[in-house]
Ligand binder design. Structure first.
Ligand code: F6R
Length: 249
């Protein structure tokens, strides 16, 4: 696992955009699974600027949705697909036909999750997983406890996640209590995982992710065993122990 510590959020976002740009250069038809949330917004803005300047080609990308609230249509203002469309897909001119969704409004959500996993497998897995770190150590909505081999599935959000997601939608009452999440199994098997972590509030959970025991009670700790992980953190989120500091740039 590589830890890259950047000065601040703008440099973190540019460094993350460089990782994605490098991948697109060598593999224009890469398969990406992408997070919503606040942390990757700067990365997506950087990529959109590069797209506008003609520096990257997104026409052959294949995108997989990371998670979605259960019971929402894709045009609900709280839909994570809608969020992804606004901050990532449209600015990067990625069409709906390039996206494998996790449909929150599926008639049979469990079957939709199985179909999603089949699609990931048929695509040969993810080339790059762009992930944020939940305050409770979740990846996607793989809430604790989540084992390393969990499939894509319907999950009940923990009170901590409901609380943290309330900032997106203006109150806990507006946060759906269940969600669909890409499973840990395919996420951990991604050929490259990019974990973005920003802000003081993530400092403790990042330290536990990097150096704590590997446990289903902190799903992100399984990243310690994944094949290729790059953690890009800003200084505010940087763990202070000597082992982690070794990776500072
Ligand atoms: C969002 C997602 C979540 C977030 C995590 C961090 O699609 O999957 O795991 O990445 O909760 O959220 P932020 O970046 O808002 O702190």
């Amino acid at each position: 696992m590589d830890l890259v510590v950047e000065r601040d959020y703008p440099t973190l976002s540019r460094a993350a955009a460089d990782v994605v740009t490098d991948l697109l250069t060598v593999k224009p038809d890469a398969r990406l699974v992408v997070a919503t949330g606040e942390t990757p917004l700067g990365l997506y803005r950087n990529l959109a600027d590069r797209k506008t300047r003609g520096e990257i080609d997104t026409s052959r990308l294949r995108i997989f949705q990371l998670d979605e609230y259960l019971g929402l249509t894709s045009d609900d203002s709280r839909s994570l697909y809608r969020w992804m469309r606004e901050v990532f897909l449209e600015p990067l001119a990625i069409g709906d036909h390039q996206v494998t969704r996790l449909p929150g409004d599926a008639a049979n959500p469990s079957e939709a999750c199985r179909a999603y996993d089949r699609a990931v497998e048929q695509a040969g897995g993810y080339d790059l997983a762009i992930l944020g770190l939940g305050p409770n150590g979740h990846l996607g909505f793989n809430e604790p406890p989540s084992d390393a081999d969990t499939p894509t599935r319907v999950i009940t959000l923990t009170p901590e996640t409901v609380h943290s997601n309330a900032r997106y939608w203006g109150g806990e009452d507006r946060v759906p209590r269940q969600a669909l999440t890409a499973g840990m199994k395919h996420l951990l098997a991604a050929r490259h995982i990019l974990l973005l972590v920003s802000g003081q509030g993530k400092k403790e959970i990042l330290a536990r992710t990097l150096e704590g025991p590997v446990t289903r009670e902190l799903p992100a700790s399984f990243l310690q065993r994944a094949q290729r992980v790059t953690v890009i953190s800003d200084r505010d989120a940087m763990p202070t122990s000597p082992a982690s500091l070794a990776g500072e740039v």
